[in-house]
Ligand binder design. Structure first.
Ligand SMILES: Cc1cc2nc3c(=O)[nH]c(=O)nc-3n(C[C@H](O)[C@H](O)[C@H](O)COP(=O)(O)OP(=O)(O)OC[C@H]3O[C@@H](n4cnc5c(N)ncnc54)[C@H](O)[C@@H]3O)c2cc1C
Length: 307
């Protein structure tokens, strides 16, 4: 009784915050199906804005009502089992891609990287091959400075189409931003699009580089089981996968969460894993590697939500 009495005012604040929003609004939406790991409790409210103006409405509503807001692409996050309080926004309606003069490509944030790569290939534009097999969105890729040993987002990023937490849309030049390993130092806000500088190349060259890298991924990563990409950042001069493998942790399980037997820096969901199991497994791996090598592995994943 007391719990539901407490809940009602928060939900009505949420409803008021989203009154002007035109896109889809889903209450108590289970988030597991929106993640590549297939894990996570519900969001109080899940919003799919219809366009950038709608993103601004969501941001302004959240700000005025002081409601937490996050964007979910879903491929590098672990959502805890009790889910996320406040608003979770998915940008899947922001799907425009266009070619501008001088091999510049603008993509809205909800576009998945594989689709952007297809677009670039179709126009014989090179520069995105490093992203072959990275399933996240352009927005997540910019926010995380997504990358592989072949390259990263910062190599091609020209400018970011950005909405501040005050709901102001602005263009941020990439030359004014610091990029770290899997982190872009942006102000708080939402990436709604990005301009990327590509170069002309023969279609065959782009295609064969992409194919080669996809094959490499297929042979080294557990792509047939739900996962969220690399669990840990590579420590300087070494690889997290090597440290975990040499510690003998491949195949280690907590419930249905398992250190992949194919690639030690992946944790896979063997069926019904919970976030709690996954995070207990993460701690076991960190403790074992720290004892054996004295290295503190840092998470690449973003862990969000309520315990
Ligand atoms: C099989 C597999 C392989 C992968 N391989 C790689 C790899 O080689 N290299 C690599 O870098 N990543 C890899 N990833 C992880 C992932 O695809 C990328 O990191 C991607 O950049 C995350 O994008 P996302 O849209 O899923 O964002 P999410 O994982 O949902 O979010 C990551 C963070 O970015 C924030 N965010 C997302 N969108 C926005 C936005 N529009 N504006 C502001 N903040 C935002 C989120 O709130 C969160 O804090 C892999 C994942 C899988 C499942």
């Amino acid at each position: 009784m007391v719990a539901s009495q407490r809940r009602v005012p928060f939900l009505s604040v949420l409803r008021r915050a989203l009154l002007q929003v035109e896109g889809e609004i889903r209450w108590h939406e289970p988030l597991a199906p929106h993640t590549s790991l297939q894990i996570g409790g519900p969001a109080d409210v899940f919003v799919i804005p219809s366009d950038v103006e709608d993103v601004i409405r969501v941001v302004q509503g959240a700000r005025m009502s002081r409601i937490p807001l996050m964007v979910l692409g879903g491929t590098n996050v672990v959502i805890r089992d009790k889910g996320i309080r406040g608003i979770v926004m998915q940008l899947k309606q922001l799907t425009e891609i266009r070619e501008e003069p001088n091999q510049l490509v603008y993509s809205q944030a909800g576009v998945r990287l594989p689709r952007l790569m297809q677009f670039a290939l179709g126009r014989k534009l090179s520069g995105m091959e490093w992203a072959a097999g990275v399933p996240g969105t352009v927005g997540g890729g910019v926010a995380m400075n997504a990358g592989t040993r072949l390259g990263e987002m910062q190599d091609i990023l020209q400018a970011i189409d950005f909405v501040t937490l005050h709901g102001i849309r602005k263009r941020i030049e990439a030359s004014t931003v610091s990029f770290l390993y899997r982190k872009t130092m942006l102000p708080k806000g939402i990436v709604v699009g990005a301009w990327m500088q590509l170069t002309s190349a023969a279609k065959d060259t782009i295609q064969s580089a992409t194919k080669q890298y996809l094959q490499y991924r297929k042979s080294t990563q557990p792509l047939t089981l739900p996962n969220a990409g690399s669990v840990f950042k590579n420590p300087s001069g070494d690889s997290a996968g090597r440290l975990i493998e040499v510690t003998g942790l491949k195949g280690l399980r907590v419930g249905d969460a398992e250190v992949s037997t194919k690639h030690a820096n992946f944790i896979v969901n063997r069926g019904a894993a919970t976030a709690d199991q996954v995070l207990r497994l993460v701690r076991k791996v960190q403790d074992s590697v720290a004892i054996k090598f004295g290295v503190a592995l840092q998470l690449e994943w973003k862990v969000v939500g309520e315990r």
